[in-house]
Design a protein around this ligand. Structure first.
Ligand code: ADP
Length: 541
């Protein structure tokens, strides 16, 4: 027997409708590329999003068509994202930090028809436009006064573009499984893969992740997503904040310590989310300038492993709770968040920090398991590590334009990560499967060693890669970037690690470099590092 409740499709535009109706005066504050910090209300954002949809329809955009954005987190980008999806078209948030050739590849693969572009990225698009035959028009996210002279096809400023319609438009209604957004993984090996979110998956993801145990976002929150909308939907925050009536603070393209600090304080932000490098810059700035934080209560840190030193600094020096999180583009993106369950046996501050270093547990809506090479589930003992697999309502089933599903026979998606899960259910990422170091048939976790190494006072950043070894297959090499004016030696840093990791995990050597390469989503680019050190020979070999 079926239930007899209403069929109320979970559509993204219902989020901005609800925000405009229930929280019409709640603010969206943005730092514009043009410089100033501007304010709007959810009522205004919705009205302008409707104009975007109306204008797109007039430009011939049909349901299912892709509209690209290359933009920072700001009000216009937010309006565009609701306007595009609200029409039934697909908002393709392009990561402008990718290499130009990758951008060309994904925009052609997506067959984007219109591109909405922040001023910052106009020169980038001018350089690649000849290779983008599917784009019919470029809309520059600015007003007529700031519109640069450009030869981009049918270029128009956003304000003129939406100024041309009256906003008398109604969202169409359609199936909640309709595609709403498209985001490509950075594809460190092979071509990027497109993850095609649906209205339903995005709405559910925000419902799953707004709760107290995850992001704790509500009407009295002031939320600053440093994580860009083009990086896996700003971890859902551009949906979650309006859904919950929270004030939204959009940082634009200025993500340095001073700029983020300014917004945190002037807007009295209570919650923020970003990758570790952003927080490192903020902490360095605050220390140098002897600043304190007056409103920030909680930060979510994820995207790559958060060094324990960052967690300790936020919590002990600034009184801000850290929630370490893990996820991926394919998961919309949140997979787990580390908030402490009250039943966790914690006696000391050290116990608490040990738990907080883990990536945490999945919210409702995500199932998780670790398996061995034969795909057999491994026990949750906090020791045995295996491949991390996930299933859930906001997890990808198939990549865009692929013919086969990307899940196994039981419906689980292999994340490519290696992890342990402890008896209390906290998951801890030990490596990417392709980065794990295989020494004498055992696995060494590069992330654990890196995290410890950055605890050394003279080390700014650290990476560990496997180097061929005649006897052990691979042995770890530690690569460090020294802090400004410091010259840490191998005996210094390796001596610092001694006793903190298993003896056989000890790197065989250390090399210093001025810079460690990063991917477009801010992760250490191990592929490039391995390439750079391919001729290096270990002293123990
Ligand atoms: P990309 O397109 O670069 O893969 P994603 O943001 O989708 O971008 O990356 C997902 C991957 O990032 C995960 O599979 C995992 O390897 C890594 N990752 C994310 N968060 C964490 C974390 N807290 N600790 C360790 N690794 C993380």
């Amino acid at each position: 027997m079926l239930g007899q409740m209403q069929d109320w499709p979970l559509l993204i535009h219902k989020i901005i409708d609800c925000a405009a109706l229930q929280h019409p005066r709640q603010e969206v504050v943005s730092r514009l590329v043009e410089g100033p910090i501007v304010r709007a209300t959810y009522a205004q954002v919705r009205a302008r999003a409707l104009k975007v949809a109306q204008r797109l329809a007039r430009d011939g955009i049909k349901p299912g068509d892709r509209v690209a954005t290359l933009a920072w987190n700001n009000q216009r980008h937010l309006e565009a994202w609701y306007g595009v999806a609200g029409l039934g078209a697909i908002c393709h948030t392009v990561n402008p930090r990718l290499f130009p050739e990758q951008i060309v590849w994904i925009m052609n693969h997506a067959e984007d028809r219109i591109a909405l572009v922040d001023l910052t990225f106009v020169p980038l698009l001018e350089a690649i436009a000849p290779k983008l035959p599917t784009i019919e028009r470029y809309v520059v996210l600015t007003d007529a006064a700031n519109m640069p002279p450009t030869k981009l096809k049918n270029a128009i400023s956003y304000e003129e573009w939406i100024g041309d319609v009256d906003g008398d438009f109604r969202w169409p209604s359609f199936d909640e499984n309709t595609a709403a957004g498209l985001c490509y993984t950075s594809g460190t090996t092979g071509n990027p893969k497109g993850v095609l979110y649906s209205h339903r998956s995005n709405v559910l993801h925000s419902l799953f992740t707004s709760g107290l145990e995850v992001m704790a976002i509500g009407p009295s929150s002031t939320v600053l997503p440093v994580v860009p909308m083009f990086h896996a939907n700003s971890w859902g925050i551009a949906f979650t904040a309006p859904m919950k009536g929270a004030k939204l603070v959009m940082p634009g393209g200025k993500l340095d310590g001073a700029s983020i600090y300014e917004l945190l304080e002037t807007e009295q932000v209570s919650f923020s989310a970003a990758v570790p490098t952003v927080w490192m810059m903020l902490l360095a700035y605050m220390r140098k300038e002897s600043k304190t934080l007056s409103s920030l209560k909680c930060v979510v840190i994820g995207g790559s492993a958060c060094p324990p030193a960052i967690i300790k600094a936020f919590e002990d020096d600034y009184g801000v709770e850290v929630r370490h999180a893990w996820g991926m583009t394919e998961m919309s993106p949140l997979g787990s968040v580390c908030s402490i369950k009250p039943t966790t046996p914690i006696k000391t501050r050290e116990d608490a920090l040990e738990v907080k270093n883990k990536q945490g547990w999945p919210p409702f809506g995500v199932e998780m398991k670790i398996v061995d090479d034969e795909d057999k589930p491994l026990p949750w003992d906090g020791v045995r590590f295996g491949r991390l697999k996930v299933a859930g309502a906001a997890v990808a089933k198939r990549y865009f334009k692929e013919e086969r599903d990307c899940v196994d026979a039981s419906g689980f998606f292999d994340t490519g990560d290696v992890a342990t899960v402890d008896e209390n259910g906290y998951m801890h990422i030990t490596d990417r499967a392709k980065d794990v170091i295989k020494s004498g048939g055992e696995w060494i976790s590069s992330i654990d060693i890196e995290n410890l190494a950055v605890g050394h006072p003279d080390v700014a950043e650290a990476a560990v890669i496997g180097i061929r070894h005649p006897k052990w297959d691979e042995r770890p090499l530690l690569i460090v970037v020294p802090k400004e004016g410091k010259q840490p030696t191998a005996p210094d840093v390796l001596g610092f690690l001694e006793g903190r990791i298993a003896k056989w995990w000890m790197p065989d050597d250390m090399q210093t470099v001025s810079e460690i390469p990063h991917t477009a989503t801010g992760k250490i680019n191990k592929l490039k590092l391995r390439e750079a050190f391919k001729d290096y020979r270990l002293p123990t070999a």
